[in-house]
Write a protein that binds this ligand. Structure first.
Ligand code: NAI
Ligand code: MG
Length: 359
Protein backbone atom coordinates (compact mmCIF):
# COMPACT_ATOMS: atom_id res chain seq x y z
CA UNK A 1 0.00 0.00 0.00
CA UNK A 2 1.25 3.48 -0.83
CA UNK A 3 2.31 5.40 2.26
CA UNK A 4 2.81 9.17 2.25
CA UNK A 5 4.88 10.78 5.02
CA UNK A 6 3.36 14.12 5.91
CA UNK A 7 4.81 16.67 8.34
CA UNK A 8 2.02 18.46 10.18
CA UNK A 9 2.61 21.97 11.53
CA UNK A 10 -0.79 22.84 12.99
CA UNK A 11 0.68 26.10 14.35
CA UNK A 12 -1.38 28.56 16.32
CA UNK A 13 -4.95 29.59 17.10
CA UNK A 14 -7.53 27.92 14.89
CA UNK A 15 -4.72 26.07 13.08
CA UNK A 16 -4.81 23.70 16.07
CA UNK A 17 -8.55 23.17 15.54
CA UNK A 18 -8.97 22.92 11.77
CA UNK A 19 -5.92 20.72 11.13
CA UNK A 20 -7.00 17.77 13.33
CA UNK A 21 -10.51 18.08 11.88
CA UNK A 22 -9.18 17.99 8.33
CA UNK A 23 -6.90 15.03 9.13
CA UNK A 24 -10.01 12.97 9.96
CA UNK A 25 -11.26 13.69 6.45
CA UNK A 26 -7.87 12.91 4.83
CA UNK A 27 -7.63 9.62 6.72
CA UNK A 28 -11.07 8.63 5.48
CA UNK A 29 -10.10 9.56 1.91
CA UNK A 30 -6.96 7.44 2.27
CA UNK A 31 -8.93 4.47 3.57
CA UNK A 32 -11.38 4.77 0.68
CA UNK A 33 -8.59 5.25 -1.85
CA UNK A 34 -6.40 2.36 -0.66
CA UNK A 35 -3.40 4.41 0.51
CA UNK A 36 -2.03 5.60 3.83
CA UNK A 37 -1.04 9.00 5.18
CA UNK A 38 1.46 8.91 8.02
CA UNK A 39 1.07 12.25 9.81
CA UNK A 40 3.99 13.46 11.98
CA UNK A 41 3.10 16.42 14.20
CA UNK A 42 5.74 19.14 14.56
CA UNK A 43 5.21 21.68 17.37
CA UNK A 44 6.61 24.82 15.68
CA UNK A 45 4.80 28.12 15.90
CA UNK A 46 4.30 30.93 18.39
CA UNK A 47 3.96 28.75 21.53
CA UNK A 48 7.26 27.18 20.54
CA UNK A 49 8.75 30.66 20.08
CA UNK A 50 7.59 31.80 23.51
CA UNK A 51 9.22 28.76 25.07
CA UNK A 52 12.39 28.40 22.97
CA UNK A 53 12.96 31.86 21.47
CA UNK A 54 12.66 30.63 17.89
CA UNK A 55 9.77 29.76 15.61
CA UNK A 56 11.29 26.50 14.41
CA UNK A 57 14.31 24.30 15.06
CA UNK A 58 17.63 25.30 13.48
CA UNK A 59 17.77 22.09 11.45
CA UNK A 60 14.08 22.46 10.59
CA UNK A 61 14.42 22.69 6.84
CA UNK A 62 16.67 19.61 6.71
CA UNK A 63 14.20 17.62 8.79
CA UNK A 64 11.30 18.60 6.57
CA UNK A 65 13.19 17.36 3.50
CA UNK A 66 12.47 13.77 4.61
CA UNK A 67 8.72 14.17 4.13
CA UNK A 68 6.59 13.81 1.03
CA UNK A 69 4.57 16.94 1.88
CA UNK A 70 3.98 19.48 4.63
CA UNK A 71 0.54 20.29 5.98
CA UNK A 72 0.32 23.65 7.75
CA UNK A 73 -2.51 25.17 9.79
CA UNK A 74 -1.87 28.83 10.60
CA UNK A 75 0.88 30.81 12.25
CA UNK A 76 0.33 33.95 14.33
CA UNK A 77 -0.35 34.93 17.92
CA UNK A 78 -1.09 38.35 19.45
CA UNK A 79 1.86 37.79 21.87
CA UNK A 80 4.40 37.55 19.01
CA UNK A 81 4.94 40.31 16.42
CA UNK A 82 3.61 39.20 13.02
CA UNK A 83 6.86 40.02 11.22
CA UNK A 84 8.62 37.53 13.50
CA UNK A 85 6.07 34.74 13.15
CA UNK A 86 5.77 35.07 9.36
CA UNK A 87 9.39 35.91 8.55
CA UNK A 88 10.87 33.17 10.72
CA UNK A 89 8.68 30.29 9.70
CA UNK A 90 6.37 30.44 6.69
CA UNK A 91 8.42 32.71 4.42
CA UNK A 92 11.76 30.89 4.96
CA UNK A 93 10.09 27.52 4.40
CA UNK A 94 8.59 28.73 1.12
CA UNK A 95 11.95 30.11 0.00
CA UNK A 96 14.30 27.44 1.26
CA UNK A 97 12.13 24.55 0.11
CA UNK A 98 11.96 26.03 -3.39
CA UNK A 99 8.18 26.32 -3.28
CA UNK A 100 8.09 28.89 -6.04
CA UNK A 101 4.41 28.57 -6.86
CA UNK A 102 1.66 29.70 -4.53
CA UNK A 103 -1.52 28.26 -5.99
CA UNK A 104 -4.82 29.65 -4.74
CA UNK A 105 -8.20 28.66 -6.14
CA UNK A 106 -10.92 31.30 -5.67
CA UNK A 107 -14.33 29.79 -6.32
CA UNK A 108 -17.78 30.71 -5.14
CA UNK A 109 -19.16 27.31 -4.19
CA UNK A 110 -22.90 26.65 -4.56
CA UNK A 111 -24.68 27.28 -1.26
CA UNK A 112 -22.39 30.13 -0.21
CA UNK A 113 -23.46 33.70 -0.82
CA UNK A 114 -20.96 36.21 -2.16
CA UNK A 115 -20.90 39.72 -0.71
CA UNK A 116 -21.17 40.81 -4.38
CA UNK A 117 -24.86 41.31 -5.12
CA UNK A 118 -26.40 39.00 -7.68
CA UNK A 119 -23.32 36.80 -8.20
CA UNK A 120 -23.57 33.02 -8.23
CA UNK A 121 -21.21 30.08 -8.57
CA UNK A 122 -20.94 30.51 -12.35
CA UNK A 123 -19.51 34.02 -11.95
CA UNK A 124 -16.57 33.39 -9.63
CA UNK A 125 -14.17 30.62 -10.60
CA UNK A 126 -10.60 31.89 -10.73
CA UNK A 127 -7.22 30.59 -9.66
CA UNK A 128 -4.20 32.69 -8.79
CA UNK A 129 -0.67 31.56 -9.58
CA UNK A 130 1.42 33.70 -7.26
CA UNK A 131 5.20 33.92 -7.46
CA UNK A 132 6.32 32.64 -4.07
CA UNK A 133 10.12 32.84 -3.90
CA UNK A 134 11.29 36.36 -4.76
CA UNK A 135 9.79 39.71 -5.72
CA UNK A 136 8.64 42.09 -3.04
CA UNK A 137 8.92 39.45 -0.27
CA UNK A 138 12.56 38.53 -0.92
CA UNK A 139 13.48 40.05 2.45
CA UNK A 140 16.34 42.19 1.18
CA UNK A 141 16.82 45.61 2.74
CA UNK A 142 17.42 47.07 6.15
CA UNK A 143 16.99 49.88 8.58
CA UNK A 144 19.48 52.57 9.47
CA UNK A 145 19.61 55.13 12.29
CA UNK A 146 16.87 53.32 14.14
CA UNK A 147 14.71 55.41 16.41
CA UNK A 148 16.26 58.71 15.31
CA UNK A 149 14.60 61.38 13.15
CA UNK A 150 17.03 60.33 10.37
CA UNK A 151 15.77 56.76 10.37
CA UNK A 152 15.67 55.10 6.94
CA UNK A 153 14.15 51.83 5.82
CA UNK A 154 14.84 50.20 2.52
CA UNK A 155 12.83 47.23 1.25
CA UNK A 156 14.02 45.92 -2.07
CA UNK A 157 12.07 43.89 -4.59
CA UNK A 158 14.08 41.32 -6.54
CA UNK A 159 12.78 40.03 -9.86
CA UNK A 160 14.73 37.61 -11.99
CA UNK A 161 14.10 36.58 -15.60
CA UNK A 162 14.34 32.95 -14.48
CA UNK A 163 11.81 33.50 -11.69
CA UNK A 164 9.28 35.30 -13.89
CA UNK A 165 9.71 32.87 -16.76
CA UNK A 166 9.00 29.78 -14.69
CA UNK A 167 5.96 31.24 -12.91
CA UNK A 168 4.56 32.51 -16.21
CA UNK A 169 5.06 29.13 -17.88
CA UNK A 170 3.33 27.35 -14.96
CA UNK A 171 0.39 29.77 -15.25
CA UNK A 172 0.11 29.40 -19.02
CA UNK A 173 0.12 25.60 -18.70
CA UNK A 174 -2.61 25.77 -16.09
CA UNK A 175 -4.67 28.15 -18.25
CA UNK A 176 -4.24 25.86 -21.26
CA UNK A 177 -5.69 22.98 -19.21
CA UNK A 178 -8.85 24.87 -18.24
CA UNK A 179 -11.93 25.25 -20.43
CA UNK A 180 -11.76 29.04 -20.84
CA UNK A 181 -7.98 29.17 -21.51
CA UNK A 182 -7.61 32.74 -20.25
CA UNK A 183 -4.68 34.22 -18.40
CA UNK A 184 -4.60 37.63 -16.72
CA UNK A 185 -1.19 39.00 -15.82
CA UNK A 186 -1.11 41.40 -12.87
CA UNK A 187 1.33 44.19 -13.60
CA UNK A 188 2.03 47.78 -12.62
CA UNK A 189 4.44 48.67 -15.37
CA UNK A 190 3.12 52.22 -15.58
CA UNK A 191 4.61 53.05 -12.17
CA UNK A 192 7.23 50.32 -11.53
CA UNK A 193 9.25 50.96 -14.64
CA UNK A 194 12.05 48.46 -13.97
CA UNK A 195 10.66 45.30 -12.40
CA UNK A 196 7.19 45.33 -13.89
CA UNK A 197 8.31 46.28 -17.38
CA UNK A 198 10.60 43.25 -17.29
CA UNK A 199 7.68 41.20 -15.90
CA UNK A 200 5.55 42.22 -18.91
CA UNK A 201 8.33 41.46 -21.40
CA UNK A 202 9.02 38.01 -19.99
CA UNK A 203 5.31 37.10 -19.75
CA UNK A 204 4.84 38.21 -23.38
CA UNK A 205 7.76 36.06 -24.52
CA UNK A 206 6.45 32.95 -22.73
CA UNK A 207 3.02 33.63 -24.28
CA UNK A 208 4.46 32.67 -27.69
CA UNK A 209 4.68 29.05 -26.49
CA UNK A 210 0.94 29.03 -25.73
CA UNK A 211 -0.97 30.43 -28.72
CA UNK A 212 -4.15 28.72 -27.48
CA UNK A 213 -4.21 30.85 -24.30
CA UNK A 214 -5.68 34.35 -24.38
CA UNK A 215 -3.35 36.63 -22.41
CA UNK A 216 -4.48 39.98 -21.02
CA UNK A 217 -2.45 42.24 -18.82
CA UNK A 218 -4.04 44.45 -16.22
CA UNK A 219 -2.52 46.97 -13.85
CA UNK A 220 -3.01 45.40 -10.47
CA UNK A 221 -5.27 48.14 -9.15
CA UNK A 222 -7.59 47.82 -12.15
CA UNK A 223 -7.46 44.04 -11.78
CA UNK A 224 -8.61 44.30 -8.15
CA UNK A 225 -11.54 46.45 -9.27
CA UNK A 226 -12.34 44.00 -12.08
CA UNK A 227 -12.47 41.10 -9.60
CA UNK A 228 -15.31 42.96 -7.90
CA UNK A 229 -17.12 44.39 -10.93
CA UNK A 230 -16.59 41.66 -13.59
CA UNK A 231 -15.37 38.51 -11.80
CA UNK A 232 -16.81 36.31 -14.55
CA UNK A 233 -14.18 37.66 -16.97
CA UNK A 234 -11.28 36.18 -14.97
CA UNK A 235 -9.92 32.64 -15.11
CA UNK A 236 -6.20 32.14 -14.27
CA UNK A 237 -4.28 35.09 -12.81
CA UNK A 238 -0.47 35.25 -12.62
CA UNK A 239 0.99 37.70 -10.13
CA UNK A 240 4.10 38.66 -8.21
CA UNK A 241 4.44 37.78 -4.54
CA UNK A 242 2.90 40.97 -3.10
CA UNK A 243 0.26 41.46 -5.80
CA UNK A 244 -0.79 37.82 -5.51
CA UNK A 245 -1.09 38.11 -1.75
CA UNK A 246 -3.49 41.04 -2.06
CA UNK A 247 -5.46 39.66 -5.01
CA UNK A 248 -6.13 36.36 -3.26
CA UNK A 249 -7.58 38.04 -0.17
CA UNK A 250 -10.05 39.84 -2.43
CA UNK A 251 -10.71 36.57 -4.22
CA UNK A 252 -11.46 34.72 -1.01
CA UNK A 253 -13.62 37.58 0.28
CA UNK A 254 -15.80 37.62 -2.85
CA UNK A 255 -15.97 33.82 -2.65
CA UNK A 256 -17.85 34.15 0.63
CA UNK A 257 -15.39 33.50 3.44
CA UNK A 258 -11.73 33.19 4.30
CA UNK A 259 -12.82 29.99 6.05
CA UNK A 260 -13.20 28.25 2.70
CA UNK A 261 -10.12 29.31 0.70
CA UNK A 262 -7.16 26.89 0.37
CA UNK A 263 -3.63 27.34 -0.89
CA UNK A 264 -0.62 25.29 -1.94
CA UNK A 265 3.07 26.28 -1.81
CA UNK A 266 4.36 24.08 -4.56
CA UNK A 267 7.74 23.05 -5.85
CA UNK A 268 6.76 21.85 -9.33
CA UNK A 269 10.29 20.41 -9.76
CA UNK A 270 9.41 17.99 -6.89
CA UNK A 271 12.95 18.04 -5.51
CA UNK A 272 11.65 19.16 -2.09
CA UNK A 273 8.31 18.72 -0.29
CA UNK A 274 5.48 21.11 -1.11
CA UNK A 275 3.39 22.70 1.63
CA UNK A 276 -0.39 23.05 1.77
CA UNK A 277 -2.33 25.40 4.02
CA UNK A 278 -5.59 27.29 4.32
CA UNK A 279 -5.18 30.94 3.25
CA UNK A 280 -6.57 32.23 6.52
CA UNK A 281 -4.51 33.02 9.61
CA UNK A 282 -4.82 31.90 13.22
CA UNK A 283 -8.02 33.96 13.80
CA UNK A 284 -7.37 34.85 17.45
CA UNK A 285 -10.87 36.38 17.63
CA UNK A 286 -12.53 32.96 17.36
CA UNK A 287 -9.70 30.62 18.46
CA UNK A 288 -10.59 28.14 21.23
CA UNK A 289 -14.33 28.33 20.57
CA UNK A 290 -14.55 25.32 18.26
CA UNK A 291 -16.40 27.29 15.58
CA UNK A 292 -13.71 27.80 12.92
CA UNK A 293 -14.72 26.66 9.47
CA UNK A 294 -12.55 23.62 8.61
CA UNK A 295 -13.36 23.69 4.87
CA UNK A 296 -10.29 25.73 3.85
CA UNK A 297 -8.02 23.29 5.68
CA UNK A 298 -9.86 20.26 4.27
CA UNK A 299 -9.65 21.66 0.73
CA UNK A 300 -5.92 22.41 1.20
CA UNK A 301 -5.50 18.79 2.33
CA UNK A 302 -7.29 17.64 -0.82
CA UNK A 303 -4.89 19.74 -2.92
CA UNK A 304 -2.04 18.00 -1.10
CA UNK A 305 -3.41 14.55 -2.00
CA UNK A 306 -3.78 15.69 -5.62
CA UNK A 307 -0.15 16.84 -5.63
CA UNK A 308 0.91 13.45 -4.20
CA UNK A 309 -0.80 11.73 -7.13
CA UNK A 310 -4.14 10.88 -5.51
CA UNK A 311 -6.43 12.80 -7.86
CA UNK A 312 -9.45 10.57 -7.18
CA UNK A 313 -9.20 11.21 -3.44
CA UNK A 314 -8.99 14.95 -4.11
CA UNK A 315 -12.10 14.80 -6.28
CA UNK A 316 -14.02 12.78 -3.68
CA UNK A 317 -13.25 15.31 -0.95
CA UNK A 318 -14.17 18.24 -3.21
CA UNK A 319 -17.50 16.65 -4.16
CA UNK A 320 -18.24 16.10 -0.47
CA UNK A 321 -17.42 19.74 0.34
CA UNK A 322 -19.62 20.89 -2.55
CA UNK A 323 -22.55 18.75 -1.56
CA UNK A 324 -22.38 19.78 2.12
CA UNK A 325 -22.26 23.47 1.24
CA UNK A 326 -24.96 23.22 -1.43
CA UNK A 327 -27.20 21.41 1.06
CA UNK A 328 -26.95 24.49 3.33
CA UNK A 329 -28.03 22.68 6.50
CA UNK A 330 -24.59 22.72 8.12
CA UNK A 331 -22.97 26.18 8.17
CA UNK A 332 -20.35 27.56 10.52
CA UNK A 333 -20.84 31.14 11.81
CA UNK A 334 -18.61 32.68 9.09
CA UNK A 335 -21.16 31.34 6.56
CA UNK A 336 -24.09 32.64 8.58
CA UNK A 337 -24.90 29.45 10.49
CA UNK A 338 -24.34 27.99 13.95
CA UNK A 339 -22.50 24.75 13.24
CA UNK A 340 -19.23 23.92 14.97
CA UNK A 341 -15.94 22.78 13.44
CA UNK A 342 -16.85 19.23 14.49
CA UNK A 343 -20.35 19.45 12.92
CA UNK A 344 -18.92 20.61 9.60
CA UNK A 345 -16.23 17.90 9.63
CA UNK A 346 -18.82 15.19 10.37
CA UNK A 347 -20.99 16.48 7.53
CA UNK A 348 -18.07 16.17 5.09
CA UNK A 349 -17.15 12.63 6.21
CA UNK A 350 -20.83 11.64 6.08
CA UNK A 351 -21.06 12.92 2.51
CA UNK A 352 -17.94 10.91 1.62
CA UNK A 353 -19.40 7.69 3.00
CA UNK A 354 -22.80 8.40 1.48
CA UNK A 355 -24.51 8.37 4.87
CA UNK A 356 -27.16 10.98 5.58
CA UNK A 357 -26.09 14.11 7.36
CA UNK A 358 -27.82 14.85 10.63
CA UNK A 359 -30.36 17.65 10.04
P1 NAI B 1 -7.18 35.74 9.87
O1 NAI B 1 -7.28 35.05 8.56
O2 NAI B 1 -6.65 34.96 10.99
O3 NAI B 1 -8.65 36.26 10.28
C1 NAI B 1 -9.37 37.25 9.55
C2 NAI B 1 -10.87 37.12 9.86
O4 NAI B 1 -11.40 35.95 9.23
C3 NAI B 1 -11.15 36.96 11.36
O5 NAI B 1 -12.33 37.65 11.70
C4 NAI B 1 -11.35 35.47 11.51
O6 NAI B 1 -12.20 35.12 12.57
C5 NAI B 1 -11.96 35.07 10.16
N1 NAI B 1 -11.57 33.70 9.81
C6 NAI B 1 -10.37 33.30 9.32
N2 NAI B 1 -10.35 31.98 9.15
C7 NAI B 1 -11.56 31.52 9.51
C8 NAI B 1 -12.16 30.22 9.54
N3 NAI B 1 -11.49 29.12 9.16
N4 NAI B 1 -13.42 30.11 9.98
C9 NAI B 1 -14.11 31.21 10.35
N5 NAI B 1 -13.61 32.46 10.34
C10 NAI B 1 -12.36 32.61 9.91
O7 NAI B 1 -6.33 37.06 9.64
P2 NAI B 1 -5.81 38.14 10.70
O8 NAI B 1 -6.84 38.33 11.76
O9 NAI B 1 -5.37 39.28 9.91
O10 NAI B 1 -4.51 37.51 11.35
C11 NAI B 1 -4.49 36.77 12.56
C12 NAI B 1 -3.12 36.18 12.75
O11 NAI B 1 -2.87 35.21 11.74
C13 NAI B 1 -1.99 37.20 12.63
O12 NAI B 1 -1.03 36.87 13.59
C14 NAI B 1 -1.47 37.01 11.22
O13 NAI B 1 -0.12 37.36 11.08
C15 NAI B 1 -1.65 35.53 11.05
N6 NAI B 1 -1.78 35.09 9.64
C16 NAI B 1 -1.18 33.91 9.32
C17 NAI B 1 -1.31 33.38 8.06
C18 NAI B 1 -0.71 32.04 7.77
O14 NAI B 1 -0.42 31.29 8.68
N7 NAI B 1 -0.52 31.67 6.53
C19 NAI B 1 -2.07 34.08 7.00
C20 NAI B 1 -2.72 35.28 7.47
C21 NAI B 1 -2.56 35.77 8.75
MG1 MG C 1 -2.32 37.17 2.68
Amino acid sequence: MKNYRIAVIAGDGIGKEVVPAAIDVLNLAAEQGGFRCEFSPIPWGCDYYLEHGRMMDLDGVDRLMRFDAIYLGAIGDPRVADHISARELILPLRQRLGQWVNLRPMRLLPGISSPLAGRGAADIDMICVRENSEGEYCGIGGRLHRGTPQEVAEQTGVFTRHGIERIARYAFKLAASRPRKMLASATKSNALQHAMVMWDEVVASVAKEFPEVELRKYHVDALCARMVTHPQTLDVIVASNLFGDIITDIGSAISGSLGVAPGGNINPDRTTPSMFEPIHGSAPDIAGKGIANPIAAIWAGAMMLDHLGERAAHDRILSAIESVLADERVKTPDLGGRATTADMTRAVTAAMTGSRQPA
